[in-house]
Design a protein around this ligand. Structure first.
Ligand SMILES: C[S@@+](CC[C@H](N)C(=O)[O-])C[C@H]1O[C@@H](n2cnc3c(N)ncnc32)[C@H](O)[C@@H]1O
Length: 239
């Protein structure tokens, strides 16, 4: 099942109306708080000589960091505008970006054929994908890693809904970055907690390690607290 035209155009319009400035996307945090600690969780299980593919890479902030820890990094995203942001921000020859829909099985297979078994990094993509498309996103992780690659996946948990509710009911309403997310019809933390591990298992992925985390956002509540969204991480191998 591919993504709907509505879902695709929501992401396209979101990224078209987001500037190139660092942190303008609410999830666009410093890699020191994200790809750096998450690479440390993945690296004991993964071969850094293999390419790492950042699935749903957005503007490529985390992808660029991953290229410093793995031989090469490839960022793929559904949105053409996101890929353009990512390319504009990148000078490093070890990083490459490509527009790709993770639910397009032929495109995912072609990427795997080109790269061989690769490592995967995927942060915050399944939780807001359309329910019907989620199995295909999990299957894309399995396809890209094959038997030799390893994956790091972090997805929002239901606890994020409470934090988002609180941010939305602030006296002045949500901040402009969160408002932009809702304005473009995006639905963060839509998946239930049991669903993500179930989808990963159904795609033939084995959990090597897992734990709780929180995804730091670039927007703050009126009391000065940073919006940190509860999430769960998984290190995965193929069958
Ligand atoms: C919440 S953002 C996270 C971006 C990035 N992973 C990060 O952590 O900064 C989710 C990203 O996934 C992309 N995305 C959503 N569905 C996708 C799909 N079916 N195929 C590829 N990318 C997708 C969106 O365009 C968006 O850039």
């Amino acid at each position: 099942m591919n993504v709907s035209d509505k879902y695709r155009s929501n992401w396209e319009s979101y990224w078209s109306e987001t500037s190139d400035d660092a942190g303008e996307a609410i999830w666009d945090c410093d890699p020191a708080l994200c790809a750096e600690p998450y690479s440390a969780l993945l690296l004991p299980h993964a071969d850094p000589a293999r390419t790492i593919v950042d699935l749903g890479c957005g503007n490529g902030t985390q992808t660029r960091y991953l290229a410093t820890r793995f031989a090469r990094a490839v960022g793929v995203d559904l949105s053409h505008a996101a890929v353009e942001h990512a390319r504009r921000a990148t000078q490093d020859g070890a990083v490459e970006f490509q527009q790709l829909d993770l639910t397009d099985g032929d495109a995912v297979r072609a990427l795997h054929e080109r790269l061989g078994d690769a490592n995967v990094f995927m942060r915050a993509v399944i939780h807001q994908s359309e329910p019907e498309a989620r199995p295909a996103v999990a299957a894309a992780v399995a396809e890209i890693i094959g038997t030799e690659g390893r994956a790091f996946v972090a997805e929002l948990t239901s606890g994020s809904r409470d934090v988002l509710k609180r941010a939305t009911s602030e006296p002045g309403g949500p901040g402009p970055k969160l408002q932009r997310v809702f304005h473009h019809g995006l639905k963060p933390a839509d998946a239930d907690d049991a669903e993500i591990p179930r989808l990963l298992g159904a795609a033939g992925l084995k959990v090597l390690a897992e734990g709780d985390t929180a995804l730091p956002q670039t927007e703050y509540l009126s009391d000065g607290t940073r919006i940190d969204l509860p999430a769960r991480w998984f290190v995965l191998a193929g069958a």
